[in-house]
Design a protein around this ligand. Structure first.
Ligand code: NAD
Length: 354
């Protein structure tokens, strides 16, 4: 089968090619797979390039809305392999109607993202991003770089799935923080890590650092807005490594301007689809909210790189090709979201399109 890989960066080519080669040399190799890489994202314009492929492999900012899925199905594509955990950008109901198979990579190195969230918290908290720039200019003054210790502070973890629990573990065992969490589906593991579930309002009111790790759904879109920001402890810091749509950007800008919010670290951004993963250093960035955010000294923005660790890329490539092998062998796939006409995720929690 031919697998058309969209939004393919050099590292995608490297890891998928290495894993495909290794798998083809195994004692009992999977059905043969030809990888075809496309640098550009999957969209209504680029979908014709999937002709002749039985499956496509997509990433977080590829368009997997109904028109694209319908065009893929018309072109003979039968399977969509997401090389990411989030599936908020996929119209799963349309995939179900079209009889497509959709699978994701739900569980690659949660530490890759959790440790990245810790890096963001520490950078923001101790101003190492500012120190780095100052020292490069020969300025060794410390004014404005004052931070706080994490020991004894309260960290609020919104969403205690794989990544949220990994963060809770690090913050509790590594830094001696008090960990509060909120999740409509609590995990028995949290108590063992020394964390405590509370209502979202209590988490917001008590936390010195709030870190978002819930998926983007109808229920969580803009969970951070004027009202919830108003409930946060004054001066608290907010970290989002989950999905940009969890935050209403114009409301965090207002909270930063009023100094109610003490700092913001984003690895994801609501409008990232048009900007992230590409070099815009010679362009005029046509997004006034993003450019306003970039002017605050206490805002740190990264281009959706929480997953970008060697261990995670290897696991993502392995799992993506294993999911496809399950589809090709017609055996149950643990990671299928839609299996040929059957939506397997809970309808009430089915994420929405951005
Ligand atoms: N920055 C990156 O590179 C990167 C990489 C991987 C994943 N992610 C994002 O991180 C998120 C978390 O990933 P994960 O693997 O831990 O997912 P997961 O499915 O294991 O956990 C998500 C948790 O959020 C909870 N949740 C659902 N609705 C909620 C709500 N309203 N309030 C609070 N919690 C709620 C769920 O019950 C679950 O426990 C994903 O949504 C994904 O989009 C980002």
């Amino acid at each position: 089968m031919k697998l058309a890989v969209f939004s393919a960066k050099p590292y995608d080519r490297d890891y998928l090619t290495q894993v495909n080669t290794a798998r083809s040399q195994a004692d009992s190799p999977p059905p043969a797979l030809e990888l075809v890489f496309h640098d550009f994202p999957l969209s209504e314009e680029t979908v014709p390039l999937a002709h002749g492929a039985g499956a496509v492999c997509a990433f977080v900012n590829d368009d997997l809305g109904e028109p694209v899925l319908a065009a893929l199905a018309d072109a003979g594509v039968r399977a969509i392999l997401l090389r990411c955990a989030g599936y908020n950008h996929v119209d799963l109901a349309a995939a179900e109607r079209l009889g497509l198979f959709v699978a994701n990579v739900p569980a690659y190195s949660p530490e890759a993202v959790a440790e990245f969230a810790v890096a963001l918290i520490q950078t923001l908290n101790r101003n190492t991003h500012r120190a780095y720039n100052r020292v490069r200019e020969g300025n060794f003054r410390l004014d404005g770089l004052l931070g706080r210790t994490l020991h004894g502070k309260t960290v609020g973890v919104v969403g205690t799935g794989r990544i949220g629990l990994a963060l809770a573990r690090i913050m509790r065992a590594g830094f001696g923080c008090r960990v509060l969490a909120h999740d409509p589906y609590p995990s028995a593991e949290l108590a063992g890590l020394g964390g405590e579930y509370v209502a979202l309002d209590e988490l917001l009111a008590e936390s010195d650092f709030v870190s978002l790790h819930c998926p983007l759904t109808e229920a969580t879109r803009h969970v951070i807005c004027e009202a919830s920001l108003g409930r946060m402890k004054p001066g608290a810091m907010l970290v989002n490594t989950s999905r940009g749509g969890l935050i209403r950007t114009r409301d965090v800008i207002a909270a930063l301007k009023s100094k109610r919010l003490g700092g913001l670290a984003l690895d994801v951004y609501e409008g990232e689809g048009a900007i992230f993963y590409n070099d815009h250093s010679a362009d005029i960035i046509d997004d006034d909210e993003l450019t306003r955010l970039m002017t605050f000294h206490n805002v740190l923005i990264c281009g959706h790189q929480g997953f970008f660790a060697h261990e995670a890329l290897g696991e993502i490539a392995e799992c993506t090709l294993r999911n496809l092998e399950d589809f090709m062998r017609r055996v149950p796939c643990d990671n299928s979201l839609v299996r040929e006409g059957h939506l397997l995720v809970r309808r009430e929690s089915a994420p929405v399109r951005i």
